[in-house]
Design a protein around this ligand. Structure first.
Ligand code: PHE
Ligand code: ZN
Length: 881
């Protein structure tokens, strides 16, 4: 029998710490396998702490080499120490100083938590509980301290020494080949925001003057040779700094802002105070190696981490249950930033697509959890789409319900009142309630109840009376440990569209509170009556995706296609078309299952074509209208007894039908979009490329492109990664003549660039072909692959598991076995990365019985393993519950 699973952490068990740590002095003497960390902590009992209450510090795989309290070595029976805990059994009743020395082995740290080395660079990752892998500490976000850090290393190994805050002093260590630097961060912070970096890095510098007149030195540190790939990140940083001043009145608060790019990183990036550490994927970009999507991702992540300086760092979380307090809010802020930098409509559609493809399946499966969970076994597994993306939607709904002005007043109040604190969702909501006078008690359920609410809309028009009624019903499905749900407060933005495409103004509205165009849906069912309408309107419901719900309306395809052509809300214009397309894809999947031919309504093809060729619309928007939902999206909408192979065949048939029926328009548009302008990463140029590349995808999968000539030409003539990769994808996925040569030429060109090679892995891992699994296996032995690097794992194994529905979910179960086995191996070296990979199983219960059986067997096999990490154990157990 495996050991008992450790007890979970529960929100209701939160207690403030018995001791506070006010200052931390660290002296870190770096060596690859034996780094010494001396910590001097100023500790004092919290008010109300009884004298003699033990001080219990967290550790994780630590080796203690020295310990003193107020300068005196403690007797052996005065402490209890283990690698994951240090107890001072009877500390003094007043303030005291604790000095400790620990020894670490950065080279052996493959978990990428705590202090580790990435390509020789020493770096740290402390969120959520990594600081305890450096020294014993009250490693919890409500313990705020002022840090001073001395870093010492061999000069040759690490000419660059970086810490949090401002640089204070640096110099040589006399008589040695070593040097040191001292950094001081005046802002009290939790330990998860601690960071240091030491290595032989190149620097790209710039500066920024804040609205408060502070001159800030901006530096981006990268491996030598990558200096030329930092321009976009630096530009994004400066735009972020300006935007936060303008949109939220928040200015930067230190004299330096450092960013370091490392190649081994579990997540996207980390907002350490004054020293952001990034996965290099979110820093480095050049036209030849980065796609437009990469450029957009860099802009977003740079902004996100920068915005954390106020939402996360200045105001932090009381405990990890409040994670969405910083993450949901900061995602909201970065989404708004990107919307302002680019096209708001296109950005909103992209964000909603991401929400639906990542968060909705999470919310519908065994890993579902509230935006603010109440219980966890392993906090690392809660950096999820629900906390981040749904968390952002909740903030967006607040803004929608309260209006722009009250929202901003609430934000100002939040910054004002809680600056320097570790706080909670309740405190956050209280600011908005005060600012607006709106009772947010029901709204707070968005943080408590998991599951995507289903909203059903039915409408009726009576010509005789000129009345139009809209009945809205809501239902929140049961989720793990939450069987019964209460009705939510849902903002439903609505307009009534007349025959000429204009919005109709009703004489009166009854049945629900309405502010502007927002219906406040608060009950299980509400009927809203609009009067004074001389013609039957078509309702445009949930405009801008005003709430993260699954909307189902009684609108006929004819009405939806009318909206697809006429809705003045571009989001809903796109959404209406998507709904019709999705219904057609679901119907097509059923046809395939019954072995009947797939058909597509003429009116739908015409509607897609109309938007595709409409020169008054943005290119990027037209591209989105033409793009079919993915196989996983279709599976999610079908929801049960999913047959991924039938979905793949159906989607391919629909794509083929559109390609052939629209062949002339597609060819003409494609030809008209060629550009001879120099490459620009800006939104307009990227939008143009996106439309041209979606058209290319149809051409390559249609009759006209089946000889591969046009796609090969696109590949060969590409002067940027976006176009080259788009063509490579089509060549490989449609198995067009010449695809092998294209893969070889791509690899030859990019073999020295790991991030570019990730794309090469990804293209092959996502090919919906029977041989793909064998190919993935073989590619793990490719020299550019490394199981120790999370980006490589995501590009190859992660892409196969989440981006290749038919092959991961193979009917023979081999896809499940392979991914589960890979995760098991990876777990020995990097539990976080392994657990993340394993969450690809989260929709297994929705599969048809045969596949479900295989998926369950793979999970059960893992579950029977005694040696799983806490991270993996948590995912396996929840998946099987
Ligand atoms: N806090 C980081 C962010 O959202 C994410 C992260 C979490 C990074 C845990 C590393 C470890 O910006
Ligand atoms: Zn974040």
């Amino acid at each position: 029998m495996r050991p008992e699973t450790p007890a979970p952490v529960r929100l209701e068990d939160y207690r403030p710490p018995a001791y506070g740590i006010t200052t931390v002095h660290l002296d870190i003497r770096l060596a690859p396998q034996a780094t010494r960390v001396r910590a001097r902590l100023a500790v004092s009992p919290a008010e109300g702490t009884e004298a003699g209450t033990p001080l219990v510090l967290d550790g994780d795989e630590l080796k203690l080499v020295a310990l003193a309290l107020d300068g005196r070595v403690l007797a052996e029976d005065a402490i209890r120490v283990s690698p994951d805990r240090l107890e001072i059994l009877s500390p003094p009743a007043g303030p005291f100083t604790l000095e400790m020395e620990t020894e670490l082995d950065p080279d052996a740290n493959t978990r990428l938590m705590g202090l580790y080395r990435s390509n020789g660079t020493y770096c740290t990752q402390c969120e959520a509980e990594g600081f305890r892998r450096i020294t014993y500490f009250l490693d919890r976000p409500d313990c705020l301290a002022v840090y001073t850090t001395r870093i010492e290393a061999r000069k040759g190994d690490a000419p660059v020494l970086l810490g949090n805050g401002n640089p204070v002093e640096h110099g040589d260590v006399p008589g040695t080949d070593r040097h040191y630097a001292i950094w001081h961060d005046p802002h009290p912070k939790p330990s998860y925001l601690f960071a240091m970096v030491a290595g032989d890095l190149a620097r790209v510098s710039d500066s920024f003057t804040t609205s408060e007149g502070r001159d800030v030195a901006l530096n981006i540190y990268v491996e030598h040779g990558n200096e030329g790939a930092c321009d976009w990140a630096m530009d994004s940083l400066k735009r972020s700094m300006r935007w936060d001043e303008e949109a939220f009145g928040r200015a930067y608060d230190l004299d330096v802002f450092n960013i370091v790019a490392v190649s081994d990183f579990n997540m996207g990036a980390m907002e350490n105070k004054g020293l952001n550490i990034f996965n290099d994927k979110y820093v480095l970009a050049e036209p030849d190696t980065a796609t437009d999507q990469d450029y957009a991702g860099i802009e977003t992540v740079i902004a996100h981490e920068y915005f954390h300086n106020w939402t996360g760092n200045r105001i932090t979380c009381r405990d990890w249950f409040q994670l969405c307090l910083k993450e949901g809010l900061t995602v909201f802020r970065d989404q708004e930033f990107s919307a302002d930098q680019r096209s708001r409509a296109v950005k909103r559609i992209a964000d909603v697509r991401l929400l639906k493809s990542h968060q909705f399946p999470e919310d519908a499966g065994p890993l579902a959890h509230p935006v603010r969970p109440r219980l966890y076994h392993e906090i690392n597994n809660f950096y999820t789409a629900t906390v981040y993306e749904k968390g952002s939607e909740v903030v967006r709904m607040l803004k929608c319900l309260l209006g722009d002005v009250a929202f901003r007043t609430g934000m100002d109040l939040y910054f004002d009142r809680h600056d320097g604190e570790a706080t909670t969702i309740e405190a956050f909501l209280a600011c908005f309630q005060e600012a607006s006078g709106v009772d947010l008690a029901q709204f707070a359920l968005w943080y408590e109840q998991a599951g995507t609410p289903m909203v059903r809309a039915e409408s009726h028009y009576a010509k005789e009376t000129g009345r139009f009624t809209l009945t809205l019903r809501q239902q929140v499905p049961p989720t793990p440990k939450q069987a019964d749900k209460k009705p939510m407060h849902i903002p439903v933005r609505v307009a009534l569209i007349g025959r000429d495409g204009r919005e109709l103004r009703p004489a009166s509205v009854t049945g629900a509170e309405m502010t502007g165009d927002v219906i406040h849906l608060r009950e299980t069912s509400q009927t809203v009556t609009f009067t004074g309408l001389a013609e039957r309107p078509v309702p445009s419901i949930l405009r801008g995706f005003s709430a993260p719900v699954s909307l189902n309306s009684d609108l006929a395809d004819e009405d939806l296609l009318f909206l697809a052509a006429n809705d003045s809300d571009p989001f809903n214009r796109w959404a209406a078309l998507q709904t019709v397309v999705m219904n057609a894809l679901i119907a097509a999947s059923a046809c395939v299952a019954r072995q009947e031919p797939v058909t597509l309504p003429d009116a739908l093809v015409a509607a897609i074509e109309a938007n595709t060729v409409d020169g008054t619309l943005e290119h990027a928007f037209r591209a989105l209208c033409l793009q079919l939902p993915g196989e996983a999206d279709i599976a999610r909408e079908i929801g049960h007894d999913v047959d991924p192979e039938a979905i793949r065949i159906a989607r391919a048939a629909v794509r083929r039908t559109i390609a052939d029926r629209m062949a002339r328009a597609i060819a003409a548009e494609y030809a008209g979009l060629a550009s001879t302008d120099a490459f620009s990463p800006e939104a307009a140029a990227a939008g143009r490329r996106s439309l041209r590349n979606v058209l290319l995808d149809y051409i390559g999968h249609g009759e006209s492109g089946s000889d591969g000539a046009l796609v090969r030409a696109h590949f060969e003539q590409a002067d940027n990664m976006t176009d080259r990769l788009a063509a490579l994808n089509v060549l490989v996925h449609a198995a067009l003549p010449g695809h092998e040569d294209a893969l070889a030429s791509f690899a030859a060109r990019h073999k020295a660039n790991p991030l570019a090679m990730d794309k090469w892995f990804m293209v092959q891992a996502t090919a919906a072909q029977d041989e793909t699994l064998d190919k993935v296996r073989a590619l793990t032995r490719h020299p550019a692959f490394s199981a120790g690097n999370p980006n490589r794992v995501r590009a190859l194994i992660g892409a196969f598991a989440t981006g290749n529905q038919s092959q991961f979910n193979r009917a023979d179960g081999a896809g499940f076995d392979y991914v589960a086995g890979f995760a098991r191996e990876l777990d020995r070296r990097n539990p976080q990365a392994a657990a993340r990979l394993l969450s690809a199983f989260r929709s297994w219960r929705a599969l048809e019985p045969e596949r479900r059986k295989h998926a369950e067997a793979a999970l059960r096999h893992l579950a029977s393993d005694d040696g799983l990490s806490a991270d993996m154990r948590d995912i396996v157990d929840r998946c099987l519950q």
